[in-house]
Design a protein around this ligand. Structure first.
Ligand code: AMP
Length: 529
């Protein structure tokens, strides 16, 4: 009989732009796992070539310029969303690859003549991270992972993340809210706790969360954000200024040349990053294009002050969500005891300055902002393994859960911000004689108007005893587990016999597809990263 290998625990920050994996060393300390090239984060980018070649991370990013239609990124923003979701409609216009409607109505992407779910693409990123861990830890598997998700992710988006992990062959020990992970990563519980503001500016989004940390217990009390503000916007500002200059000074229309534009964007991002450390940087692109038959070599010195002025309005926009989160928490800035900065963009001095000014406090600088979330996820592994005993994580439901009352209104069953795990129940009765089935529509959201909430599933309770209308009473139990995932059970009150229950989810991958994709993933060749 083959020996069962012991699972290793890893913490994963599955980011929109970059991802990161960490573990706990022998002494119980979290550490980031670097890849072979010494990189500590992996771009969340996947390039698919034909049916079998899969590139992830830096090699995939290099394909983005020349093969934009088969190089996929920003999957986290599509995962678990409907095709007609306004956020998806907005994104579709900005993404260079095709976002298409799956038969289920979900937002998927097109690769050649095939539709692929964002879960499947994200699974390649997770698989690459698993590969990094495998190599660094000299451990083939199995792996158990704590994976982070935005605090506002609804149940469908959380389930989609779990499905992506299952396809990648990872067992999910826990889904952890990103702000909670960041606070853990910064070790907030070690220095007194209090009210924390976690500001996360990544590649595509800005999230602000207010946490209460007390006696080692972490609770997210409010979140706000701007889902259309991130590092990509800063890059675009630089690109559009340089493009205008190129037009005037050299008569070169870089916006009409996709390859040149891709190269300019890449160099603009590098210069933006360098300007976080130095006051000026240079952009050099040999043979950017040809103008009137002559080769154009591009050289431009970019100053930090220029970057700040190009992006001044973007920096101003950081204020709204900070004030929004404070208002939602019912707090004034002076009630905040710590400001934690998360996401690569908070390395930009003007960004950090702005957040510190609005929140009236210097930010903690003891951890790398782009690693704090993964470090926090690994710390959660240590908590679950019993290596860290002075912390209790209390996460809360991101949205309320309720059912359709029959008159277009939502009846809440589990409120928003309830500490998980939690449960709620409701007694339902039949409305017709000999009614053998009861169907309920389950929604997530707080709006009393049904349409403004997210439809999660249709639940059919069957095999009810046949009798007069109103005589059958069914107790329906809703549970939300620590990962924020909903479970439903039901029993008939008279006989206490469990009723049959069928849940038809309105979004996401069926279990059978997840299992099939996991088998395919395990059987297919290695990915290039
Ligand atoms: P994240 O998703 O947290 O990795 O954030 C990615 C964003 O941070 C991208 O827009 C990067 O260009 C940006 N970024 C990474 N490092 C730096 C840096 N040193 N200075 C400014 N922006 C950075």
């Amino acid at each position: 009989m083959s020996e069962t290998r012991k699972a290793r625990s890893i913490g994963i920050d599955l980011g929109t732009t970059n991802s990161c994996v960490a573990t706990i060393d022998e002494k119980g300390r979290p550490e980031i796992l670097e890849n072979r090239q010494g990189q500590r984060t992996l771009p969340s980018i996947v390039h698919l070539e034909g049916d079998s070649r899969i590139l992830v991370g830096a090699p995939a990013k290099r394909q983005a310029v020349t093969r934009p239609k088969s190089t996929f990124f920003a999957m986290k923003r599509l995962m678990g969303r409907r095709f007609h979701d306004p956020e998806v409609e907005r994104l579709r216009k900005a993404l260079p690859f095709e976002v298409a409607e799956a038969p289920s109505g979900d937002a998927w992407v097109r690769h050649a003549d095939r539709l692929v779910s964002p879960q499947e693409i994200s699974a390649h990123v997770l698989f690459a991270l698993r590969d990094v861990a495998s190599e660094r830890l000299a451990h083939e598997g199995p792996f158990e992972a704590v994976i982070t998700v935005p605090a506002y992710f609804d149940e469908v988006q959380r389930q989609a993340t779990k499905d992506a992990a299952a396809i990648a062959g990872l067992t999910v020990r826990r889904l952890l809210n990103e702000p909670t992970a960041a606070a853990l990563g910064y070790g907030a519980h070690k220095f007194g706790g209090g009210r924390l503001a976690v500001c996360d500016l990544g590649g595509g989004t800005f999230d602000v969360s207010i946490l209460n940390v007390e006696d080692g217990a972490f609770e997210v009390i409010a979140t706000d954000g701007d889902s259309a503000l991130g590092g990509d916007d800063f890059d675009l500002r630089v690109v559009s200024h340089l493009a205008a200059e190129l037009e005037v000074e050299h008569g070169f229309s870089v916006l009409e040349d996709p390859v040149a534009l891709g190269r300019l964007r890449e160099e603009a991002e590098k210069a933006k990053q360098a300007l976080s450390e130095t006051a000026e940087g240079s952009i050099d692109i040999p043979f950017l294009g040809t103008v009137r038959g002559a080769r154009l070599d591009y050289h431009r010195v970019l100053k930090r002050g220029e970057l700040e002025s190009f992006a001044a309005d973007l920096i101003e926009r950081l204020e709204g969500p900070c004030l929004g989160a404070l208002a939602a928490a019912g707090l004034r800035p002076d009630a905040i005891s710590q400001v934690l900065l998360v996401g690569g963009m908070t390395r930009m001095p003007a960004v950090a300055r702005k957040l510190e000014n609005v929140l009236g406090r210097r930010a903690a600088r003891n951890t790398s902002p782009d690693e704090a979330v993964a470090i926090g996820a690994a710390t959660q592994c240590a908590i679950l393994d019993g290596h860290v005993t002075d912390v209790v994580l209390l996460d809360v439901t991101s949205r309320a859960l309720g059912i359709h009352s029959g008159n277009g209104k939502l009846v809440p069953i589990i409120p928003r911000n309830a500490t998980v795990p939690t449960r709620g129940s409701r007694i339902l009765t039949t409305s017709g004689d000999d009614q053998a089935e009861l169907a309920i529509e389950v929604y997530q959201g707080e709006d009393v108007e049904l349409e403004r909430n997210r439809h999660l599933s249709t639940v059919v309770l069957g095999e009810l005893p046949k009798t007069r209308a109103g005589e059958v009473m069914v107790l329906v139990d809703f549970t939300v587990d620590v990962d924020g995932i909903l479970g439903i059970s039901a029993r008939e009150l008279g006989s206490s016999v469990p009723v049959s229950i069928q849940v038809k989810a309105s979004s996401g991958l069926p279990r059978s597809d997840v299992d099939r994709l996991a088998k395919e993933r395990a059987a297919s060749g290695p990915i290039e990263r």
